[in-house]
Design a protein around this ligand. Structure first.
Ligand code: PMP
Length: 453
């Protein structure tokens, strides 16, 4: 790239950026990222950054600049780049099998391109099952306060961050909210908080009528809504409730999936068995646009008999689900995680990151709570520890800007939402070293001192 000034001008004049909190044509520095290697990035001015958020939105799990993934994509797309998913492809079949080997109890992979789309497809399956088996009655989908499932209308209808959604209605009917399970902001004064929060789901099911509820859709760890790791006892009870009322458990692993939490999937740490799992970001670490919906043979069989029905989900399509670059990249991504021992590294570095965050909490009154699983961690900032009043947006943004000035990119949750945007969010690549982790928390330490005193 020779003329970076021209690139920056073209970007400013013509690109409508995502996730901007200011005027859309005024994206803040660095405007353009040019190159990445491992956990480091270089912007158009040549400045180096340490990336603590894996490409901004917790995606580049195996780090930047992986030549072997580039080669796997290039070899595949020059041999055969695409054919629709009514036939198979070599990388599609091989990746599906590798994935299923790591997801006991599940057996079918449906390829799409984004997390939103994977969730949409899951909702469509649930709706069609309701029609097939229950005369359309068991069609409602429960979602949880603070969870996020995507940016399309149906996934926003299942969105637990209402302020974000308020101006896009009307929404799709049949989505019903259940309470969040963040113990730090407890809604019940009880000892076994996890079970109580799960019982709140049962209360909603009984209120709505169990014969109207088809699925419960939850993020394994609520990511953008506050880095919420469910309390002890929650998942076991959730599973029990789903089985009791014949409700499908749909876990959104778009963030947790493919290594981020130190196991292949986040739910595997809780010993539960979902019926539907959606994944996206980490599937190919951002090297290709691939997302998956994975389900059981039992769900698959519900559709199998009427494959000839023109309305069957079997006739559904996602054009780019047939793009071979995705599974080619995903296969190599998985090989890297395995061969480099990145699950164990995530476990160890995640523990170190949590230790460091606890130390920051001991030192800074502004850190109200720290939470995390594997390398997905958060520090909730408060104006006051006793009242737990969330830190103001300006202060949270000042901490992020201070880190950026030190060369460390961190993020915060629910960026647009007052009251929910006060949790610093850290999701470094799974290759992070102890020095990287310490550099990230040292930067936050300095920023907290400067912003909060
Ligand atoms: N689910 C979760 C938990 C997410 O965090 C996201 C994206 N931030 C999505 C779904 C939507 O994924 P995508 O942006 O690929 O549509």
């Amino acid at each position: 790239i020779n003329d970076l000034d021209n690139v920056i001008r073209a970007d400013r004049d013509h690109v409508w950026h995502h996730l901007t909190q200011h005027k859309p044509y005024e994206t803040k520095d660095p405007r353009v990222m040019v190159e990445g290697k491992g956990m480091r990035l270089w912007d158009a001015s040549g400045r180096e950054h340490l990336d603590a958020v894996s490409g901004g939105v917790w995606t580049v799990n195996v780090g930047f600049g992986r030549e072997s993934i580039g080669k796997a994509i290039s070899d595949q797309v020059t041999r055969l780049n695409f054919f629709a998913q009514n036939v198979g492809s070599i990388p599609g079949a091989m990746f599906a099998e590798k994935l299923i080997e790591r997801m006991p109890g599940l057996s079918r992979v449906y390829f799409v391109n984004s997390g939103s789309e994977a969730n949409e497809k899951a909702f469509k399956m649930v709706r069609q099952i309701a029609h097939k088996r229950f005369g359309g009655k068991k069609h409602k989908i429960l979602f949880r306060e603070r969870d996020y499932h995507g940016s399309t209308i149906a996934t926003m209808s299942a969105g637990g961050q209402p302020e974000r959604n308020a101006q896009y209605g009307p929404y799709t009917p049949g989505f019903v909210q259940v309470p969040h399970c963040l113990e730090y902001r407890a809604q019940w004064d009880v000892e076994n908080y996890g079970e109580r929060a799960a019982d709140a789901i049962e209360e909603v099911i009984l209120r709505e009528g169990a014969d109207t509820v088809g699925a419960l859709c939850l993020e394994t760890v609520t990511a953008g809504g506050g880095v919420i790791t469910p309390p002890k006892g929650y998942w076991e009870r959730v599973q029990e409730i789903c089985r009791k009322y014949d409700i499908l458990l749909h876990l959104d692993e778009v963030v947790c999936g493919v290594g981020r939490t130190g196991t292949w999937f986040g739910y595997q740490q809780y010993g539960i068995q979902p019926d539907l799992v959606t994944m996206a970001k980490g599937v190919a670490s951002g090297y290709a646009a691939i997302a998956c919906l994975v389900t059981t043979e039992e769900v698959f069989n519900m559709f199998k008999d009427d494959a000839s029905d023109p309305m069957s989900f079997f006739r559904d399509i996602s054009t780019y689900g047939g793009c071979t670059a995705g599974p080619a990249a995903a296969l190599e991504n998985m090989r890297i995680i395995e061969d480099e021992g990145l699950l164990a590294n995530t476990d160890a570095m995640g523990a170190r990151l949590m230790d460091n965050l606890h130390a920051l909490k001991d030192k800074h009154a502004a850190v109200g709570d720290v939470r995390g699983l594997g390398l997905f961690c958060g520090a909730e900032l408060v104006a006051d520890r006793v009242s737990k009043t969330p830190a103001g947006e300006a202060q949270v943004q000042a901490v992020i800007a201070d880190c950026m000035a030190q060369g460390v990119i961190i993020g915060a949750t629910a960026r647009a939402l007052p009251g929910l945007n006060n949790t610093l969010c850290l999701a470094p690549a799974l290759i992070a070293t102890a020095d990287d982790i310490d550099a990230i928390t040292d930067a936050i330490d300095g920023a907290l001192t400067r912003v909060f005193g």
